[in-house]
Design a binder for this molecule. Structure first.
Ligand SMILES: Nc1ncnc2c1ncn2[C@@H]1O[C@H](COP(=O)(O)OP(=O)(O)OP(=O)(O)O)[C@@H](O)[C@H]1O
Ligand SMILES: [Mg+2]
Length: 358
């Protein structure tokens, strides 16, 4: 039996906190696909399953679909299946009648009822208690359910969006998720790309947060320089958009003297900035310097390739001196130790090297 007085840990939230579409979807090909599918599904009332790592924007997309659908007049009701234990979740989802259990002094509608003509967003669906999986399945089959302790069969018309950061097929194999429920919820499936898979959207999102946090904290912050944005684009972002958001919030709050706010886990993809951000405390100057170096390394590598590794031609193409190029090549670790010694610049020498090891 459910414990008395389930504490509400799920909320009905406003949807006006969504970023503008241009920011929400960005310009990457992966998100363009998401956008076009999202626009299609918002016009039909089919269950949607949103998959993607933590912080990739599953909830934001669910809210967008709700806002652009025929259910927009109703509420967007979110239930986090991982946050509430099974018995509590049952009363939270389906409600209860007075006297259903000790402490049930009055009847209470569940979240499912609140989502009438709106959207029911079941977050972290993979963590739904097995007992509740059957009850949900029954509800999805005919739209009917009864409150705990109730005899009346209720029916609700709602749009269902589920989200998961877990692999549901694997959960089915492991016997923790019902295959029949999976087929019910997996009608339209959308995958949110990781932030590093859409790095062309990073500066857009970063600038958005930068403006948002300045407004929210009534603070004027150091601008995000091009070098900084390039550096941000080079990071892994294991925590995805949420990690980027936290980072920019720290930048706005703490300022340029402290952390640009790269989380401890954010590593550079090209390795050019070494382990300098492993502590999570990166002085702004250092970040800018590293961003420049990281960008330079990419440009130099591209130019070397374009010029068949001819360093003289590469230096000309980059409009820097041959000597500077050699130093930068060494600095960026673009050649092996042996060829590095061989390639130490001697003023006036001809460039014959074609095979630096990457
Ligand atoms: N494209 C975007 N542009 C700006 N902010 C975004 C974007 N997508 C998501 N956000 C914001 O990033 C944060 C994380 O997004 P959201 O909660 O939707 O991710 P999630 O995939 O549901 O994460 P989790 O699995 O950890 O719950 C939120 O603050 C959200 O408002
Ligand atoms: Mg979420």
């Amino acid at each position: 039996m459910p414990s008395p007085k389930p504490r509400v840990s799920t909320r009905t939230e406003p949807i006006d906190s969504l970023p503008p579409d241009a920011v929400l979807f960005g310009r990457s090909a992966a998100m363009m696909e998401v956008r076009s599918l999202a626009a299609k599904v918002s016009n039909i009332n089919a269950p949607v399953l949103l998959c993607g790592d933590g912080g990739t924007g599953k909830e934001a997309l669910a809210r967008w679909i709700h806002k652009h659908s025929g259910s927009a007049g109703g509420q967007f009701v979110k239930v986090n299946c991982a946050a509430v234990p099974g018995t509590l979740l049952e009363s939270e989802l389906f409600g209860y009648e007075k006297g259903a259990f000790t402490g049930a002094h009055a009847s209470k509608p569940g979240r499912v009822e609140l989502a009438q003509n709106g959207t029911l967003f079941l977050d972290e669906i993979a963590d739904l208690d097995p007992g509740l999986q059957s009850k949900l399945l029954q509800f999805l089959q005919d739209g009917s359910f009864s409150r705990i302790g109730g005899t009346e069969e209720k029916s609700v018309d709602t749009r269902l969006i589920c989200a998961t950061s877990k692999n549901l097929e694997r959960e089915i194999e492991a016997g923790t998720f019902r295959a029949d429920l999976y087929y019910r919820i997996n009608v339209v499936r959308m995958r949110l790309p990781r932030l590093r898979e859409r790095s062309e959207d990073i500066s857009l999102i970063a600038e958005y947060f930068h403006a948002q946090f300045q407004e929210r904290f009534s603070k004027s912050a150091e601008p995000l320089t091009t070098a900084m944005l390039q550096y941000l684009e080079s990071l892994e972002w294991p925590g995805n958009i949420r990690e980027l958001s936290n980072g920019i919030a720290r930048h706005v709050l703490v300022g340029a003297e402290a952390n640009i706010g790269l989380d401890w886990a954010a590593k550079t993809r090209n390795g050019a900035s070494g382990n300098s951000n492993s502590s999570g405390n990166v002085p702004l100057k250092q970040v800018s310097r590293e961003a420049v170096r990281a960008r330079e390394k990419i440009l130099i590598l591209d130019a070397l390739r374009a010029n068949q590794w001819n360093r003289r031609k590469t230096a000309e193409a980059l409009k820097i001196s041959y000597r500077t190029l050699i130093y930068k090549i060494r600095d960026a670790g673009l050649i092996s130790k042996r060829s590095r010694i061989a390639s130490m610049p001697r003023l006036g020498d001809a460039d014959t090297s074609h095979s630096p090891a990457e």
